[in-house]
Design a protein around this ligand. Sequence first.
Ligand code: HEC
Ligand code: HEC
Length: 387
Amino acid sequence: MAGAISLACTTPDEARPPHSAETRAAIESLSLSRLAPPPPSPDNRYADDLDAAVLGHRLFFDRRLSADGRIACASCHQPDYWFTEPRPTARGLRPLPRRTPTLVGAAWLPFLHWDGREDGLWSQALAPLESPDEHGASRRDVARVIAAHHREPYEAVFGPLLDPDAADDASIDAIFMNAGRALEAYVRRLQPAPAPFDRFVDALREGDPRGGGHLTAAAERGLHAFIGPAGCLHCHHGPLLTDRAFHNLGLPPAIGVPDDDPGRALGARRALEAPFRCGGPHSETTDCPELRFLDPEAEGLLGAFKTPSLRNVAARPPYMHGGHFEDLAAVLSFYRTLPGEAAIGRRAAVLHQMDRGVSAEDLEAFLESLTGSPPDLRWRTPPPDLP
Ligand code: HEC
Ligand code: HEC
């Protein structure tokens, strides 16, 4: 593909030669207009139910769903920071060894977390509630908070709520799982919106070779490097700019981040045993292709982490699973030189030092063009009656 890179960017706008068909196809493949709706969630029949999302929205912001009454999902997944947070690694009741990922676009991910240890959004949501490091709540605590503060929206979706202090464990589990289903319905609504790059592609499609002027010359050069000689497209492709797979980049050490984290090698094994997994004891389906084809022994999983979406990336530093880099310049300087060796496993073979002709400033300008508007204000604002 590198041969197709015309570096048209150095020529004046009027004289810009048309892109080759191959380049054009690569550019269009990244456009948000190519994004299909989120894949169905076979284990959650409420996944696209608006009332369930309304309940999920309430639960997401409710700090009472924690052992100390101070931690909500929104404490780490901050709505005004793209549902991630500025600190490099998360802190719940105790510090966590990984960075809080953005939730914008999570609905499209077949595996959740940096190591992909959960295969669904509703089951994923239950883990932090119970984790002693995060919310530290018990299942019965969750049912009690719902009964006391969210009864009406809960019953509107799931029907009559039993008295949490009289209910048996199986009924408590059912309420707890419904909380996860509502949280999934909410998180599924946090979707990326078109960015300058998408408007650029729309204009190209409408026949304007300048792409409506939506990209600066530097961003356009960066785009060509991204899909060409810089080799980014290998892992960051499709409208979300992720292959939804796991790779070992061989990152340098970072504070508070263990350098022997096995990443996907352990995450894949855990996904096959997760209590609320597709096809598991609580599941309503046996149709689970992602898990059926998952091989925890596959090569390259040791020290591998999920390729994050690059949508809105410039607006939500720091970067990587441990917040290793404080800005995009540092990320690109890493990709340029690939210093050192992987502390665990082996660095992905497709990574190679960027050739000198690729400008980090141009790549950065392109990444900046991927920032669109944040999700709907309605979903970013806490429900008014919560403390
Ligand atoms: C203490 C901070 C904290 C709290 C509270 C928290 N999370 Fe997270 N969340 C994280 C971190 C850190 C990760 C990544 C964990 C990992 O990879 O091991 C994560 C991962 C996720 C993911 C996976 C995203 C992806 O791209 O893979 C989702 C979805 C999510 N959290 C939703 C929630 C919901 C819903 C709640 C509330 C029930 C919640 N989180 C509470 C910090 C937090
Ligand atoms: C081998 C696959 C692969 C290639 C090639 C690749 N990336 Fe990545 N990228 C990843 C993975 C995996 C991560 C997360 C790694 C981690 O946290 O351990 C990542 C993280 C990032 C991040 C941080 C995002 C965030 O939310 O933290 C940026 C920015 C990024 N890549 C840009 C690029 C650019 C620009 C290129 C081309 C120069 C590139 N990547 C090439 C796989 C790749």
